[in-house]
Design a protein around this ligand. Sequence first.
Ligand SMILES: [Zn+2]
Ligand SMILES: [Zn+2]
Length: 93
Amino acid sequence: MTTVAPVRHRPTITRTAGDVGTVYRFVCSCGAAGEEHAARRMAQVDLNEHVLSLPKVPAAQQCRIPRAHGRSAWEPCGLCANQTSLFDLEAGQ
Ligand SMILES: [Zn+2]
Ligand SMILES: [Zn+2]
């Protein structure tokens, strides 16, 4: 049996020195990529649009300590989701 790993998004902006000068481009580990831009902020706009286009993570699965868990804002966190359900159980008693 094979488990299909969820697509992870690691959007970054690449900088390439071309013939016409430095160009910036948004690329994501999921395969998404933007156009080449002369200005970094234009590539940043593409990046922001991609992040905003991702499905919203349900509140219960949002990571509270993304740095510690290695999550990004657009990724559900199993660790935090478990903590929430534990907390709910305790609160209900
Ligand atoms: Zn992506
Ligand atoms: Zn977390």
